[in-house]
Write a protein that binds this ligand. Structure first.
Ligand SMILES: NC(=O)c1ccc[n+]([C@@H]2O[C@H](COP(=O)([O-])OP(=O)(O)OC[C@H]3O[C@@H](n4cnc5c(N)ncnc54)[C@H](O)[C@@H]3O)[C@@H](O)[C@H]2O)c1
Length: 423
């Protein structure tokens, strides 16, 4: 237990890929609040990037989470940003050691392991856990929640919510990339839309009571490969006519001046035309989208009935240009339409509408996930420094509850049932 304020918070990074590096960069920009004192990462280039950023001593630079978790506690807090299937063991080991934990979503690929993590945190009793449901932390969500909580639109009866994943993002992450296969990561609803089910529960402010779901892998499969196509885009005779061409997607981004995500997922070193070309010739991201070892769905709908009877329908689909999630909230005195940035509130009594731009004068909106990445870091570090979890909006119990709703929805999709969640 801590006495009083503890700053800067000393942080151990577990997994220095995209997310671990993004959080490390946040810490680098906020050195009064936190400092990275140790890293565990098997990939040498990524490990060294963090070690150099914070001038870490060699003994605090490890190639596996278990090496960092063994022995005396190295830091006050740990950020667990390993692949989906590798959250549970480090989270439990670090909780038992007394680290405060910022844990990437999803907590774990199955219910039992999610429960084990929460149990370990609660057994320890003196640590803070925040799960990276970054959508709860954005200014957009805060503004939306403020309007709802003010009672201005009455009581929520129904919500329509869509996650437009985007044709190229689906191809990148869920056909060619790290989240393409359930056995190697997790099912699509858990990987991509545990955020959305969690966010709907947060907005409606009621637990999910019943769920149903439909969806499938509709398009990205061998049967849809055009005749004359090759298994790699650089060898393909019909690539010029394919919206999913890896060359078109990645070289197009490079031509626009992008060098960060998703291009930095293709290469570990410098991102340029030569390194991307090499990645397309030899790596997984150059594969034909119809000839990959993918099995996760490319569209899914979930219907939810909340405690108290309000309902929501959720759609996740690859087949759009991507962009912000779109939400319609239908309530007893008014309705809201939100696009991830602008919120339009209409009052039934007056017929008047007002539109609020939640990104105006918000510099952090340019950060990851509409500012959510920065704000969850701020909330987590504040909770640790002040030994007060009130800044954490995605703590253990509610995160477990919404993960259980996601598992129930996936059971419903597979079995065609309506699943009831126990209170
Ligand atoms: N909150 C969000 O909005 C959000 C967004 C994207 C990804 N994620 C989640 O964050 C997690 C990480 O995703 P990412 O995109 O950074 O993936 P990534 O593959 O870029 O990074 C994971 C890193 O973990 C490392 N790793 C593997 N085994 C390890 C071990 N034994 N010990 C220590 N490190 C190990 C890998 O080498 C890799 O560098 C995933 O669970 C993902 O679903 C969350």
């Amino acid at each position: 237990m801590y006495d009083g304020e503890m700053k800067p918070v000393r942080v151990l990074i577990i997994g220095a890929g995209s997310r671990g590096t993004a959080y490390s960069r946040y810490i680098d920009r906020h050195r009064d609040d936190a400092v990275v004192v140790a890293v565990a990462e098997p990939n040498e280039a990524r490990r060294n990037r963090i070690a150099e950023m914070f001038s870490l001593p060699a003994e605090n630079v490890r190639d596996d989470w278990s090496a960092a978790a063994a022995g005396p506690r190295l830091a006050d807090a740990a950020i667990v940003a390993t692949p989906d299937s590798l959250h549970v063991d480090p989270a439990i080991a670090l909780a038992e050691k007394g680290y405060h934990i910022l844990l990437e979503k999803p907590m774990a690929p199955n219910e039992a392991d999610c429960r084990r993590i929460i149990q370990a945190v609660e057994d320890r009793g003196d640590i803070h856990l925040a799960v990276c449901h970054v959508m709860r932390y954005t200014r957009y969500t805060r503004t939306l929640k403020g309007i709802i909580d003010s009672g201005r639109i009455g009581e929520i009866v129904n919500v329509q919510h869509i996650e437009p994943v985007g044709y190229w993002h689906q191809a990148h992450s869920f056909v060619r990339g790290n989240w393409r296969s359930e056995s190697e990561s997790v099912f699509m609803l858990l990987a991509k839309s545990c955020h959305d089910i969690d966010w709907l529960r947060y907005i409606v402010a009621r637990p999910c009571a019943r769920v149903s779901s439909f969806g499938s892998l509709f398009h990205f499969k061998k049967a849809n490969q055009p005749s004359g196509a090759a298994d790699r885009c650089v060898d393909c005779g019909v690539e010029a006519d394919c919206p999913y061409s890896a060359r078109k997607i990645y070289m197009g981004m490079l031509a626009e001046g992008r060098t960060g995500w998703p291009l930095d997922v293709l290469v570990d070193g410098e991102v340029n035309a030569e390194t991307i070309d090499e990645a397309l010739r030899t790596g997984p991201y150059g594969r034909c989208v119809y000839a990959c070892d993918n099995d996760v769905v490319d569209h899914q709908v979930v219907n939810v009935e909340f405690d108290g009877g309000a309902t929501a329908s959720f759609t996740m689909t690859a087949f759009n240009l991507a962009g912000g999630r779109k939400t319609r909230i239908h309530a007893t005195r008014g309705e809201i339409y939100g696009d991830g940035r602008n919120i339009t509130v209409t009052d039934f009594l007056t017929g008047q509408s007002e539109t609020i731009d939640t990104a105006a004068s918000d510099a952090s909106i340019s950060g990851g996930h509409g500012g959510g990445d920065d704000r969850i870091m701020d909330a987590f570090l504040t909770a640790v420094a002040d030994n007060d979890s009130s800044a954490i909006l995605s703590g253990p119990r509610e995160t477990l509850e919404t993960h259980l709703a996601v598992f129930a929805a996936e059971r419903a999709r597979r079995s065609g049932t309506v699943e009831t969640l126990s209170a």
